[in-house]
Design a protein around this ligand. Structure first.
Ligand code: AMP
Ligand code: GLY
Length: 423
């Protein structure tokens, strides 16, 4: 079959690698892709939001299956656009992608269906929000309602900071219309876990767990980023926690979406916080995580095309997800200065070292070709993933592999997966 993958980051590189492992796939295209994906797929110069061009390309090239990976096109109805043209597409439709696209929607859904999450209030006016903050307990969390590149969340330690935050989101509109409405939420403490799942509208199958590191600097200091590294599985996600989430969170979410007439097909990513009162949902994403995918898919045994098709056809019930009994760690190599100011266009050396190494992967996040070379082209440049028999081994392997790569302003965290030493 012919497959079109939509996206162009590290997550999509991992997806492209996994899709190409399926013997059902004879040709893979990726729009727009990147320099790493170009080794596995034919990259097509169409942006992820150019739905007309994407649909036209899929029709002309007789694409059998489209996989839409990023949040923006999903929230804007990319899957609906392909379906309207009679093309099979994996991912939630617009009316279901709202699970990630609107925090107010997802919080109201959780409240209505009794799914554990932080207490909250929603505000459409800055005046009301400021009034509420006069008596609210701090620290407190402010969230822009809409998509804001993972950056629309402000943790405020004091009332003053929170009031400033309302101004930033609602009046100065730092995240544009995403801040027309905000959610003000109770601050929770605990360890975070990412749990990805496949959903076919009614059945949900849980993938292995992972943990991201969102801050830019060691020790969880510095600014929030798109993610600086991951490990899988999370040793903190115990069987007991899994059982609780299966009873109180996962299926309930799928059933709630169905009951609302918003049948969800695709990937639900549960961002959980393991609080002392039990696991609670921090956020939902309606897609694969980045860089969670870079540690989850290398451990997955199934043919991913079978799963995509089962999600579309509503036959996921018949599939057992299988993961290797090992571990993986991904360390992101970024451009020094990310997520603020950084330079790009530097030659990346050492990529070939990965070619003959079983269990080592270099997933490109921001790279491109220039004058016959591969150069840096973003804040997050590469995700170096390695497997091991256990987390400790995987971590040592991943850090060893980061040394194979050189570029002028290479920056990484040195403590990805360090938390496992506490177990
Ligand atoms: P979100 O985009 O909702 O996942 O938020 C980004 C990050 O902010 C999360 O990964 C948490 O680290 C933090 N966060 C979000 N909501 C809360 C909360 N209610 N309490 C504490 N931290 C939070
Ligand atoms: N790693 C977090 C995300 O993909 O949103």
């Amino acid at each position: 079959m012919k497959v079109l993958l939509v996206g162009g980051g590290g997550r999509e590189h991992a997806l492209a690698w996994k899709i190409r492992k399926s013997n059902k796939v004879e040709k893979l295209f990726c729009a727009p892709g990147n320099a790493g994906i170009a080794e596995l797929a034919e990259c097509v110069d169409i942006g992820v939001m150019e739905f007309d061009k994407l649909v036209e390309f899929a029709k002309t090239n007789e694409i059998d299956l489209v996989v839409v990976a990023p949040d923006d096109p999903l929230a804007a109805g990319a899957v609906d656009a392909f379906e309207a043209a009679g093309i099979r597409a994996f991912g939630p439709r617009k009316n279901a992608a709202i699970l990630e696209g609107s925090k107010a929607f997802s919080k109201d859904l959780m409240k209505k269906y009794g799914i554990p999450t932080a207490a909250y209030e929603t505000f459409d006016s800055a005046e009301k929000a400021l009034e509420y903050l006069e008596t609210a307990k701090c620290p407190i969390v402010l969230k822009a309602d809409g998509l804001a590149l993972g950056k629309g969340v402000l943790i405020c330690n004091t009332r003053e900071e929170a009031k400033e935050g309302v101004k930033t989101l609602m009046l100065d509109k730092q995240f544009g219309s995403a801040g027309n409405r905000i959610v003000v939420e109770e601050f929770m403490t605990g360890r975070e876990v990412s749990v990805l799942s496949f959903v076919d509208g009614k059945t949900i199958k849980i993938m292995t767990s992972a943990q991201d590191h969102k801050r830019a600097k060691d020790g969880d200091e510095g600014l929030n980023t798109g993610g600086m590294g991951t490990f899988s599985p999370s040793p903190f996600y115990t069987e007991e926690i899994d059982k609780f989430c299966k009873e109180n969170i996962y299926q309930k979410t799928v059933d709630a979406m169905r009951a609302e007439g918003r049948e969800f097909k695709g990937v639900i990513f549960f961002g959980l916080m393991l609080t002392k009162d039990g696991p609670k949902v921090l956020e939902y994403n309606a897609r694969f995580g980045d860089p969670e995918t870079q540690v989850v898919l290398p451990r997955m045994k199934n043919d991913i095309i079978d799963i995509f098709e089962a999600c579309i056809d509503g036959t996921l019930e018949n599939i057992e997800l299988e993961f290797e009994d090992n571990a993986a760690v991904c360390v992101v190599l970024a451009s020094d200065g990310y997520p603020e100011k950084y330079d790009k266009g530097f030659e990346i050396k050492g990529l070939d070292t990965f070619k003959d190494k079983e269990g080592y992967y270099v997933f490109h996040a921001g790279s491109k070709f220039a004058d016959g070379k591969i150069v840096t082209n973003g804040g997050r440049v590469l995700g170096v993933t390695a497997k091991g028999n256990n987390l400790k081994e995987a971590r040592a392997n991943a850090y060893k592999a980061t040394e194979w790569i050189e570029f002028a302003n290479k920056y990484m965290r040195n403590d990805i997966g360090k938390a496992i030493e506490e177990v």
